[in-house]
Design a protein around this ligand. Structure first.
Ligand code: G3P
Length: 222
């Protein structure tokens, strides 16, 4: 399973990239707005930090301008994945950009029907937003299960399921259990994945017992 980080904050990306757990980054206009920086500068900097796919979203709503914006974003670096919304115009742009060899991440997916269209449009990734479905009382993870099952039926569906709008570590675990290809994880939640109180407690006990031996691995002259 690939882990992407869902942020445009350079410091967060740099810190988490050092863990070796970061396979890509997803941004969106809201995340970029939080940085207060020029969008293309942020994308270029992220592309240098993380060699994997870096999602950068178009802001036009008509296919022709989306394609133009997508070409400009794709020219920033070879690992840019152009993000387009799952609308009719977005899928027209996806088809055109994909045909030109550009990685496209189709975002704001909320139904299995939409996910079929994204695959047919040649998307490299489809981003179903599980948290936002949960927020309105629908099951985001049931959507993931549906999409993974549908995609598994067709050899020509090469689109990867990129689980987005993740709200907690269990979204990551359930997505992995279902065989989703990618989870794009907010930095705070990725940090939570490392944590378990019994790990901390067990390590403390090991080190207490080790300290009683008076030994040092590096100081051992044997
Ligand atoms: O960046 C795409 C998606 O992960 C956004 O999620 O938290 O705004 O629902 P969220």
């Amino acid at each position: 399973m690939k882990f992407f980080i869902d942020t445009a904050d350079i410091d967060e990306i740099r810190a988490l990239a050092e863990t070796g757990m970061v396979d890509g980054v997803t941004t969106n206009p809201s995340l970029v707005a939080k940085t207060g920086r020029r969008f293309t500068d942020v994308v270029a900097e992220i592309c240098k930090i993380v060699p994997g796919p870096i999602s950068a979203e178009v802001t036009a709503t008509d296919a022709e301008t989306m394609i133009e914006e997508g070409r400009k974003l794709a020219a920033i670096a070879s690992n840019v994945a152009v993000k387009v919304p799952l609308t009719e115009d977005g899928l027209r742009a996806c088809r055109a950009l994909s045909d030109q060899g550009t990685m496209v991440n189709v975002t704001l997916c909320f139904s299995a029907a939409q996910s079929i269209l994204a695959a047919k449009a040649g998307a490299a990734f489809v981003s179903p937003f599980v948290g936002r479905l949960d927020d309105i009382g629908q099951s985001g993870m049931e959507l993931i299960a549906d999409i993974v099952e549908i995609y598994s039926r067709y050899d020509d569906f090469t689109t990867e399921v990129l689980v987005a709008s993740i709200r907690n570590p269990m979204h990551v675990v359930e997505a992995a259990r279902m065989g989703a290809h990618v989870a794009t994880i907010p930095p705070k939640i990725l940090s939570q994945l490392f944590k378990h109180p019994l790990t901390d407690k067990g390590l403390a006990a090991f080190l207490d017992d080790w300290a009683k031996t008076g030994q040092s691995i590096l100081g051992d002259q044997g």
